[in-house]
Structure formats: C-alpha cells, structure tokens
Design a protein around this ligand. Structure first.
Ligand code: GRF
Length: 202
C-alpha cells in the first residue's frame, strides 16, 4: 500500500481528483494518509474534513526560515510512514530538509509543458508567448523550481480567443487525469528514475 501525503495551499482540485480516483479503483494499492496545508483557509481542507481524511495545517506565515519549516513538516509526517508526497497547488518551494528525507518520493503537477513556463501564472505565460499547444507536466521535485525529472505530460491546444481562465480550465481537466495516471503507475511500482530520465513500464 502506497501511503500518500498530498500538500495543498488552496482549492485542492488535484487532491480531490486523486482521492476520487483512489476511491473508484482507478489508482490501486494507494491511500491518501494525510493532507498537509500551509494555509489555514485552503479550500481543500474543507474536503479533507468532510471525507474524514487526516490533515495537518502548519501556517507558513509564522515561519521565516524555510529549512526550519520543512524540518517541522518532516517531524509531523513521521507517524504516517509516507511513501509518496504529491504537491498539488502547494505554493512553496521545498528545501533540502524535505527533499533529502523523501528522495525521489516527491512529485508535483505544473500547468505547462516543462521546461517552458516555469513558476507562477504558467497559463498566462503560455498565452503571452503565443504557443499553439500547452498542457501539464507531472515531475519529480528537486531543489529547483519546476525543474525535476519529467514523469508524464498531457498536451492541450491553445486557441486564438483563449483567456487565462479558459486555457487554465482546459489544462486543469488534463491535470486531474495526468496526476492520477502518474500516481497509479508509481503505486504499481512501474516508475523508475535515473538522472533526468523517467521510464514507465507498460
Ligand atoms: C494547478 O493548476 C497546479 O498545476 C498548480 O496549481 C494549481 C492547483 O490547483 N501547481 P488545485 O489546488 O489542485 O485545484
């Protein structure tokens, strides 16, 4: 059983999509053991409470030092014996305190085709650049921003009349599919990573 911690800061639609897909049996041999939020008012926490999923909230605004904050996270996750951390709209850069403790066990979803359009407002960046296709990327988390090895990507078209909202909605639909697919493969033990190269057994 792959024990998952999902990290959120806001809406939490990727978290709920993962949870629903586990419930439906689309992701096998996995459970969301705990939800972690750095924001007390994260919408996703309401869903965790409603579904009786254990959650931890440590408001990051109270901590100046990122390392200290991540050490606290490591301590608070210990009792859950976590195998996989899924960052899902978690709006913080994680430090080596967390990365070293969970080597190759932290993944993230980003709303663009990396390595293009890293960071915030990736969908708006894509629109401004004028790309004809964008999408989402599930990747391992390393010390950089949106820079870890790529697990899988989904592509969507960009239309002339797209706004940040319409493009984001089209990408989000694919994010929910992509993240669940990636977690399912990891839970089945089919994902291996060597340097930047990730292979997925069919
Ligand atoms: C998603 O677009 C994700 O790719 C990005 O932040 C957003 C989070 O949305 N990292 P949600 O909280 O999962 O609804």
């Amino acid at each position: 059983m792959t024990k998952i911690a999902v990290f959120i800061s806001g809406r939490g639609s990727n978290f709920t999509a993962l949870y629903e897909n586990i419930k439906k049996g689309n992701i096998k041999n996995a459970e969301i053991s705990v939800v972690f939020s750095n924001k007390e008012d994260a919408k996703g926490l309401e869903y965790a409470k409603k579904e009786n999923i254990p959650y931890i909230c440590i408001p990051s605004k109270d901590y100046k030092n990122r390392q200290e904050y991540d050490r606290l996270i490591v301590q608070s996750l210990k009792p859950y014996n976590i195998d996989l951390i899924c960052l899902a709209g978690y709006m913080r850069i994680v430090t080596e305190e967390l990365i070293n403790e969970y080597e190759n066990k932290i993944i993230n979803i980003h709303p663009a085709l990396l390595p293009s359009f890293k960071g915030l407002h990736a969908q708006q960046q894509a629109l401004e650049y004028g790309v004809k296709f964008s999408g989402c990327t599930v990747h391992f988390v390393d010390g950089g921003m949106d820079s870890g090895a790529i697990i899988l990507q989904k592509v969507v078209p960009v239309y002339d009349n797209d706004t940040e909202e319409t493009l984001s909605a089209r990408i989000l639909e694919q994010e929910h599919i992509a993240y669940s697919e990636a977690v399912a493969k990891i839970a089945e033990g089919k994902v291996t990573v060597k340097g930047r190269k990730v292979s997925i057994k069919e």
